[in-house]
Design a protein around this ligand. Sequence first.
Ligand SMILES: *Cc1c(COP(=O)(O)O)cnc(C)c1O
Length: 427
Amino acid sequence: MNAINKMTNHFYFGGCDTIELAKKYGTPLYVMNEEHINERCQEIRDDFLNKYENTKAVYASKAFLTMKMCKIIEREGLGIDVVSGGELYTAIKADFPMEKIIFHGNNKTLDEIEIAVKNNVGRIVVDNLYELELLNSVAQAFGKNVEILFRITPGVDSHTHKYISTGQVDSKFGIPLKGDIINEAVKKAMDLSNIMLMGFHFHVGSQLFDHSSHIKAVKILVKLMDDMKKKTGFVTRELNTGGGFGIYYKKGDEPKPLTYFTDAIMETIIDECKTYGLLIPLVIIEPGRWIVGEAGITLYTVGAIKEIPDVRTYVGVDGGIPDNPRPALYGAKYDVVVANKMDQEKDEVVTIAGKCCESGDILRYDLEVPKLHSGDILAFKSTGAYNYSMSSNYNKIPRPAVVMVCNGEDQLMVRRETYEDLLKNEL
Ligand SMILES: *Cc1c(COP(=O)(O)O)cnc(C)c1O
C-alpha cells in the first residue's frame, strides 16, 4: 500500500505514484486511500460487530467528511456521528440512512435540533438540561418522539493532550456525575412527553494508546445504570462508549489493535452488568481518527530553503496552518518522506515551515531528510483525520483538493478552492 517504486524511487500511496498525483492535481494535495478505509471498516465488522452481539459502530465524521465518505461508510455498514447542522446536511445530501445517524454537540442550536428532528435522526445525544427541554418542545411541534442518550462526564482523565481530553470532571461536555443533576435529568426525560431515553454516552478523549480510561469510564457508567434503576426505575438499553482509539503518527507511536480497546470494553461491561444483575445493553463504539487517520497523506512542494548558519535550516512549503492546524494547535508531530527521493541517504536535519504569517506555522521541526531542493515533494503521513475537516482560509489561502486513490486508480473527490470561492459570500 505504502511503497517505494524501485524504478522511480518515488513514494507510492494506494498504488499511485505520489509525484504523478502532485503533477496532475497540484499541491498542497490531500490524498485519501479508500482501500485503507475499507480495511479498517472490515476489521470493525470482524473483530467487534460480528464477535459480539447487540453492538453498533458509528463513524465520528468530524475526522473527515465528504458526501463520498458518507457513501463509503454506508456501504461498509456503519452509522455516522455528526456534531453540527453542516455535518448533518452533508449526510442528508449523500442520502445516508437517517436512522443510522447519531447527533452530538454540547450546544446544539434550535436550528440544528429542528433539522435533526425533521429528518428523523436515529439518536440525539443530549448534553444538558437546557437542550433536553428545547428538544422536547421541538419534538412536540413536529409531532414526533425522539430517542435520546444522555452524554455523561464520567470524571476520568485520559492520557492525551488537554485539548482532546474530554472525560475529566472539569469538562464542557456532558452531564456531570457530581451532585444530583443526572438523577433529575433522568427523571425529567422519563416525564417528558416526546422524549424516549434509551441510555448513556461517554467519550473520554482522543488518540489514546491505553484502554484504562475506557475501562474506568465503563465501570462508572454501569454503576450509574444500577443507580438510576434503583432511584428512578430507568432501565438502560444502550451504552455508547465513544471513540478515541490511537493511530500511528510518528516514530515511537505504538498503536494497539482495535480489540485491545473493544475486548476490554465488552468484557468490562459484561462483567460489571453481571455483578449488578443488570441486562447487558446495546453497546456502541464511535471511532473517527482510527478509521481515516492513516488513510490520508498530504503532499507539499518545497519552495524557499533558508539556511541560518549554526541555527537551523527552514524549508518552506506551499501549505501550513490552513490545511493542517494540528502542529500549531497541539504540537502534533508527523512522519514525513521526500516523495521523489525515497532512495537517498538522510544526512540533513531541517525544519518544515508553512507559508502563513505566524511564527508558529511550523509543520515539522528537526526532520531528517536527504539534501533538499526547491521543487521536491514532501509527503506528510497520517493526515487523513482532522486535517481537511479542520482546514481554514487563513491568509486567504484556498483549501487544497482531495483525491481518492484505490489500487492504483485516482479520482478527484473535492476540487481545489479558487480565489473566486474565497470571495463568493462577500456583498
Ligand atoms: C471526536 C469524537 C469521537 C471520535 O474521536 P476519535 O478520537 O477520532 O476516535 C467519538 N465520539 C465523540 C462524541 C466525539 O466527540
